[in-house]
Structures are given as structure tokens and as C-alpha cells.
Design a protein around this ligand. Structure first.
Ligand code: FAD
Ligand code: MG
Length: 394
């Protein structure tokens, strides 16, 4: 399975795009290069990019920051590649912080994954609504957030989508068109209003509706991103880029001592090609799109973002949605929800969200258009000459 981020991290005119392939238990890393380029040349390219980044960095540094170091770690977690990059002058502190971050991701995955039998989510799914299940405060917090977004988006986002997700199996070896009767039943079971969360003295207890299955895949990477950011700040890290496969958060100065430049994946172009750059600081940037996880059957593409009302992959008129905001949990839930809602509803929904920015890509007969919220007008730079940029009136 080929995995990648929705983003390229750009420093000056250098675009560092890393593709990773899961092979057996390990991860292979290759840098994006022209088709047909041999692996050894690919690795040479990687080395060259690193050197250019270093040179740019040194050229822009003042004497006070000459001792700055970059520490980066990658791992296969949460069904994707997680990559954390820290900058600072105390390598011991940075290494400790990155070790703790990787352990924290593992700990949260063990609470939130549908694939780990002992997780809070799996225990809820095993109970299948028969009885209340005691869960951790963190899972309860995230479930409450998910329900809040379900309410606000009138069910476009719904964490009880688990039966539908499981039936389609997208992203797994058994991805296939489900039996229509089973799918109808799964749609009937999808209803966030059936979840009850009770806070008692001896803990927090959750009961789902009978037969329901929870899936936090549309929001949990954002939550983990927020928790890692919190941990890094507590550990005294002042500059970091957290990349959990499509969920990015940055804080502090970029290596070029200014805003971070994030390239956003072109929805119709090969992996690693970006259509525009967001210049950001201290925010999370999250993209959802149908081009990441899908399978094809009889020439039809079936992707992994579902319309809870139909049980089918959402027939959205959006090609991709990028949400930019302070909180990655919110940005993650929203990017999924806006994709399901489609362009018209997303535009009116965004009007009420004062601290959220977005880039909505539509494919129209007149061409592909990137609609950006007003506050982004100066900080989103369209790079793709075949696309137009238009403002969303808020
Ligand atoms: P997003 O748009 O953010 O979310 C899409 C996902 O949300 C879907 O895959 C589905 O799970 C869910 N969803 C779909 N429609 C809706 C809707 N209308 N409302 C609410 N939710 C919806 N993947 C693996 O292959 N193997 C693993 O072992 C694995 N473990 C994971 C563990 C955790 C804790 C998490 C959070 C995810 C895991 N994943 C795993 C899933 C994987 O990384 C997903 O691709 C990812 O969560 C989806 O994120 P996205 O950014 O692609 O899309
Ligand atoms: Mg999401």
C-alpha cells in the first residue's frame, strides 16, 4: 500500500516530498523523483535536497541561531506515516521530546483504534450497545467533540459510521461493493443521537445504540496532533512540525525563521505535486479528499469519505477540502464534514466559523477552482497555472 501526506513542506523554492511504502513490517523511504529514476539516484536526490535545505537555512540564520538543529523521526502509526520534525539548540531536549511524542502516539492509538481489540473504541464496539462501557477521559472528550461536530453539521460528520466503514473495507485487502441489504441496515444503524455519555463519580460510561459501531478515523488524527503539540510545548520545544498523514500542525519559527510554507496536494495530479502554498504559523492544516484511499470497480472509484445518509462514498462536488485553524481536532472533523456537505453548504457553514479558514477545490466545466476564505487571501499562493483562485465571501 502506498501512503503519503497531503502536503509538501516547502522551504524557499525547494519542495521536499517524501513517499513511504509499507513493506512487511518495515518502511521504505524514497524521495519523489522523475518516473523511471533508479533508487540510487532517488537517494542521491534526497541527500541533495537535505544539503540545499541546510544551505538555505544557514544563509538565513543569524549568529544567535547558528546552533539550531533539526531532529526528525518517522514511524508507521495510525495506519499512516507519522513524521515529527523539531528545531532547537538543545539536542538532548529535542531527542527526549521526540521519544516521548512517539510513545504518546502509540498510547493514544491504543485507546482510539478500531483495529486494536483492547482499545476503548473496540471495547465499545464489542459491547455493541448492550451495556454501558467505562472509557478513559481522553476517549470521552474526543467522542464528545465528535458528537458536537455531528450536531453542528447535521450529521454530515457522524462517528457512528463504523458499520458502513467496515462493510466497504476501503484501505484494506477486502475492499468491495457491499451487499445492498447489509448497507441499508448499516445506514439505519448510523445515528450519532443514539450515543449516551454519562459522567459518574467512578468514571465515564458510554452506551451506543444497539448494533452501532464507532469509528473515529475522521477526527482522531487531529486529536493526536493536538496532544503531541501540547506535549512538545510542555517539553520546552519552541519550533516543530507535526505531520500525521494529512494532519499537520506547526508552531514556532520555520527553519527559514518565518512562516511555514506548506504545499497542498493537487487532487488530480501525481502524488507530491502541489497546487498552492499556504504560508502559516501556529496552526493546524488538515486536508481531506477522495484521492487518497479508494478502490475501483467497473471503472467507478469508491473512496473512503461516506455520506451517512446513503452509506455510499459522498458524491461531493469538492475535489479536496483543506481546513486551517488553531485546533487540529476541529480541523480534522471539519475537513471530513465539509467534503460530505459539498461546496454550497460548506460555503454557508464557513460563514459562521470565524476562526477557521479553508481552501475548497471544485472541478467545474469552466475549470478547476480553489476557493479560499478571505483571511487567507494573502497567505495562500496558487501555483498551478491551470487553476483559478477565487474568494469565498464570509
Ligand atoms: P478523513 O477525511 O479525516 O477521514 C476519513 C475517515 O473518517 C474514513 O476513513 C472513516 O474512518 C471516517 N469517516 C468516513 N466518513 C465519515 C463521516 N461522514 N463522518 C465521520 N467519519 C467518517 N488505517 C489502516 O489502514 N490501518 C490501521 O491500523 C489504522 N489505524 C488507525 C488508528 C487510529 C487511532 C486512527 C485515527 C486511524 C487509523 N487508521 C488505520 C485510519 C487511517 O489512517 C485513515 O486513513 C485516517 O484516519 C483517515 O484520515 P484521512 O485524513 O484520510 O481522512
Ligand atoms: Mg477528518
Amino acid at each position: 500500500m502506498l501512503l503519503r501526506s497531503h502536503f509538501a513542506i516547502i522551504n524557499g523554492n525547494v519542495c521536499e516530498t517524501i513517499k513511504l511504502k509499507k513493506s512487511g513490517g518495515g518502511i521504505q523511504k524514497t524521495m519523489k523523483a522523475k518516473a523511471g529514476t533508479s533508487r540510487s539516484i532517488v537517494y542521491l536526490t534526497a541527500a541533495a535536497v537535505t544539503v540545499i535545505l541546510m544551505l538555505l537555512y544557514w544563509a538565513n540564520s543569524d549568529s544567535a541561531s547558528r546552533s539550531q538543529q533539526k531532529i526528525q523521526r518517522e514511524s508507521y502509526r495510525l495506519g499512516t506515516i507519522v513524521r515529527i520534525t523539531l528545531y532547537g539548540d538543545d539536542s538532548e531536549r529535542l531527542n527526549k521530546a521526540i521519544d516521548l511524542s512517539m510513545k504518546e502516539i502509540e498510547r493514544l492509538e491504543n485507546l482510539l483504534s478500531v483495529n486494536i481489540p483492547s482499545s476503548d473504541v473496540s471495547r465499545l464496539n464489542s459491547a455493541s450497545g448492550d451495556h454501558p462501557v467505562k472509557i478513559s477521559e481522553e476517549t470521552a472528550f474526543l467522542l464528545e467533540k465528535a458528537l458536537e461536530w455531528s450536531e453542528r453539521t447535521e450529521g454530515a460528520f457522524d462517528p457512528t459510521i463504523g458499520k458502513i466503514v467496515k462493510l466497504w473495507g476501503i484501505g484494506t485487502e477486502r475492499a468491495a461493493l457491499p451487499d445492498p441489504e447489509e448497507l441499508r441496515e448499516a445506514v439505519r444503524l448510523t445515528d450519532f443521537r443514539k450515543i449516551s455519555i454519562v459522567h459518574k463519580e467512578d468514571g465515564i460510561f458510554v452506551q451506543t445504540g444497539k448494533g452501532q459501531r464507532i469509528d473515529l478515523g475522521g477526527i482522531a488524527k487531529g486529536y493526536v496532533t493536538d496532544k503531541i503539540k501540547e506535549l512538545l510545548i510542555k517539553e520546552g520545544v519552541s519550533s516543530a512540525l507535526i505531520d500525521l498523514g494529512g494532519n499537520i500542525a506547526v508552531f514556532g519559527d520555520s527553519p527559514k525563521m518565518g512562516k511555514w510554507k506548506l504545499g497542498i496536494q493537487h487532487p488530480f495530479r501525481p502524488r507530491g505535486e502541489y497546487f498552492g502554498i499556504a504560508e502559516v504559523s501556529d496552526v493546524s492544516v488538515v486536508t481531506s479528499g477522495p484521492y487518497e484511499r479508494y478502490f475501483e470497480s467497473d471503472g467507478v472509484r469508491y473512496h473512503h469519505i461516506f455520506d451517512p445518509a446513503t452509506g455510499y462514498p459522498a458524491r461531493s462536488d469538492l475535489a479536496s477540502v483543506t481546513v486551517i485553524g488553531a485546533d487540529s481536532t476541529d480541523a480534522d472533523a471539519l475537513s471530513t464534514a465539509l467534503f460530505v456537505m459539498g461546496f454550497g453548504k460548506s460555503v454557508s457553514f464557513l460563514k459562521d466559523l470565524k476562526n477557521i479558514d479553508a481552501v475548497l477545490v471544485t472541478e467545474k466545466p469552466e475549470g478547476t477552482i480553489a476557493y479560499v476564505t478571505h483571511k487567507l487571501s494573502g497567505s495562500f499562493i496558487l501555483k498551478e497555472s491551470d487553476m483559478k483562485k477565487e474568494m469565498i465571501s464570509q
